[in-house]
Design a binder for this molecule. Structure first.
Ligand code: 6R9
Length: 662
């Protein structure tokens, strides 16, 4: 039985029912309970009619589609609106530049409070066009990949839209990734252009973006051009012929670039994400279905109206930034915020200052930030005018009811809809989340499926569907939905193996979930070897392969353990080569941490490294991570069945080592 807790169920906040909207000027939500229900039914039973209508209403088409949906999970040939042609940049920028040219498209809140700027839709069209023309000048054409390695500056959104304008495929690499990770991704997607900055700024610190790119590009022979945004103006190394300043390249171009129509099923972007095995996967999203999913979830889960000012605090290097900073909000023609700093810079009031300064209507962040701010105390929230807020959301990991309550009370003042949104890089847009005007909420529950998302809980071993309420199993989806990923770059078989093969006929999420007595869905977290640290997805296999590159390491096993603030933290068990000698364990541990930081990026650094003689293995040689997880979670008294261990004495030794260290 599920271990979800008994929590109260909250009614829709009065102010969202449009009852006192004369005072607060709060628009009535688009969707009420009855509409949600009938739309949901239609979305999974009358697929062509329901999605055909929304497809026509939401997107401006250059060539209309005839077919709504084609293909199935098993073959992996899913296509939506296949005959249609459109341009993502036109849909996100031009439509609004003509309709409301002076409306703010992007608010940039720079690292230092009060710095930054606003960009109107009219200006956005010119800037996107100039960069698109500059890319054309560099020989980039439809279908070519462009790597974007940028911190949180407006140019990040502009770069994405410029690629989309000419049908180029962007692949953003989070600017916290190391040179090695950047190199691997650049090579994997055959990019010829990399876009970056001289340096980045975050939390008062400087990030040497360009020098990381320089190091990566030493081993990327195909890259011909590097377009560099000037952020700090520091001296950076320059490779004549390859490197070009963004502002110079853009200024040389005409501020209009005709958008290139692409097929609905042409790729819009590739985004690398971690899996349980092997190297990161280049998840491919196509154009029309993705835009439709992000546009509709912004409209309905965040209930946006024309004058809304939307703030998603994620980084554009993750899917949340793609869908809920750039594409989703701009598809709705609203104002979106790009935030360069951190929740605690210069003080723990930063988020709330941002909300008050820009009169933010929707605020979206990760549970890890909420837990951090909760720990620092509500005095940091008090005294800031948060009355503009209507919807406050979370994403990235399960939110514990205590953090949910804190968010609801201190930030939402119990008058906002709190939307816990469950989804994944592969799903493109929200899959499970409450509708502000339609769904009563429960702290900790992701609640109900979005339109088109037909969920199933499956028994993990038999794969049988678990019917009814009060059941727990693995979470799967029964039919294709528009914003789902279509393939893994260069490896369609892997796409099928990871998502479609485990439970034939279903898309497998990799998460466990429960359905409670009211039919609400609670996400329990990954059932595979993927860790979630502060909402960042990290495969344990990736960290293990980084550690093994250290000359002293013979073997390692990495596990995620519960962490009060970051959700999970990374613990690595490392066995050394017998021939390897070292002076100080502390120094060695530091070296190992550095190895991971260099190889993957600082965010993947283990919080704890334990040097051990042996790892617990089955007789067939599989490392028993379950045991390692228990020991690292201080639950060594609950190790369970140890009968398949090859050498049980290893476990006693490990327990002793752990106690000494912890
Ligand atoms: C959007 C994003 C996906 C994994 C996913 C799940 C976890 C995301 C969640 C959540 C519980 C939520 N996850 N949202 N778990 N409640 N509201 O985070 O994409 O980086 O690909 O991570 O994150 O485990 O499978 P991504």
């Amino acid at each position: 039985m599920a271990e979800y807790r008994e929590v109260p169920i909250y009614d829709i906040p009065l102010r969202l029912q449009g009852k006192d909207d004369k005072v607060h000027k709060r628009p009535k939500p688009h969707i009420d309970a009855a509409t949600y229900k009938s739309n949901y039914q239609a979305s999974i039973t009358k697929v062509d009619e329901f999605w055909g209508k929304l497809g026509r209403e939401t997107i401006d088409w250059d060539v209309p589609f005839k077919t709504v949906r084609h293909g199935d999970f098993e073959k992996g040939d899913v296509a939506w609106f296949p005959e249609g042609q459109l341009n993502a940049s036109y849909n996100c920028v031009d439509r609004w530049a003509y309709k409301c040219p002076d409306k703010t498209a992007i608010i940039w809140e720079a690292d230092e409070p009060g710095q930054g700027k606003e960009i109107t839709y009219k200006e956005l069209l010119s800037e996107v066009s100039q960069v698109a023309n500059a890319l054309l000048d560099m020989g980039i054409r439809k279908g070519d990949a462009v790597i974007v390695y940028l911190p949180m500056i407006p140019e990040a959104a502009i770069a994405l839209l410029a690629c989309a304008r000419i049908g180029a495929v962007h692949s953003v690499v989070f600017a916290g990734f190391s040179a090695d990770s950047l190199r691997d991704r650049t090579v994997d997607c055959d990019a010829r252009v990399v876009i970056t900055t001289d340096e980045g700024k975050r939390g008062g610190r400087t990030i040497a973006t360009k020098s990381i790119v320089d190091a990566a590009l030493k081993e990327c022979p195909k890259v011909e051009h590097c377009l560099v945004v000037k952020r700090t103006g520091s001296n950076v190394e320059w490779q004549e012929g390859r490197d070009k300043w963004w502002h110079e390249a853009a200024a040389a171009q005409r501020p209009y670039c005709p958008p290139v129509p692409v097929s609905s099923e042409d790729p819009l972007f590739i985004l690398y994400t971690s899996g349980s095995t092997g190297k990161p996967k280049g998840v491919v999203h196509t154009t029309a279905g993705y835009l439709l999913g992000t546009a509709l979830t912004v409209k309905h889960i965040f209930d946006v109206h024309e004058d809304d000012r939307f703030a998603c605090m994620a980084d554009v290097g993750w899917i949340t930034g793609h869908s809920y900073i750039v594409y989703g909000p701009l598809m709705n023609g609203i104002t979106t915020l790009i935030f360069e700093s951190t929740p605690v810079y210069p003080t723990a009031s930063r988020y709330w200052e941002v909300v008050a300064r820009h009169k933010i209507t929707q605020f979206y962040t990760a549970p890890t930030s909420i837990r951090l701010l909760r720990r620092l105390g509500e005095e940091h929230v008090q005294g800031h005018d948060l009355s503009s807020l209507r919807i406050i959301g979370t994403v990235g990991e399960p939110i514990n009811p205590e953090a949910w309550d804190w968010y609801n009370e201190n930030v939402g003042k119990k008058e906002c809809a709190v939307v816990d949104t469950y989804w994944q890089t592969e799903t493109g847009a929200h899959m499970i989340a409450p509708f502000p005007g339609a769904t009563k909420t429960k702290p900790g529950a992701a609640t109900v499926p979005f339109w088109g998302v037909e969920l199933a809980l499956l028994d993990p071993t038999s794969g049988q569907v678990l019917e009814g309420n009060e059941v727990e199993g693995v979470l799967a989806v029964k039919q294709p939905w528009p914003s789902m990923a279509r393939t893994i770059k260069g490896d369609h078989q892997r796409f099928l193996d990871v998502y479609m093969k485990p439970y034939p006929g279903y898309y497998f999420t990799g998460d466990g979930a429960a359905r409670d007595k009211d039919g609400y869905i609670w996400i329990k977290g990954r059932v595979d070897d993927v860790c979630n640290v502060s909402g960042h997805r990290i495969g344990t296999a990736e960290i293990e392969s980084a550690l093994i590159q250290h000359p002293g390491v013979s073997e390692s096993a990495v596990v995620g353990v519960p962490d009060e603030v970051t959700g999970q933290s990374i613990c690595a068990y490392v066995a050394l080569k017998p021939s390897f000698s070292y002076d100080s364990e502390d120094a060695l541990v530091k070296e190992l941490v550095l190895q991971v930081r260099r190889n993957i990026g600082p965010f993947a650094a283990p919080k704890m490294i334990l040097i051990v003689n042996d790892l617990p293995k089955t007789r067939s040689g599989k490392i028993m991570r379950r045991i390692l997880r228990k020991i690292a979670s201080n639950e060594a008294d609950q190790l369970g069945d140890l009968s398949s261990l090859a050498d049980p004495s290893v476990v006693e030794k490990l327990k002793g080592d752990w106690l000494k260290k912890a």
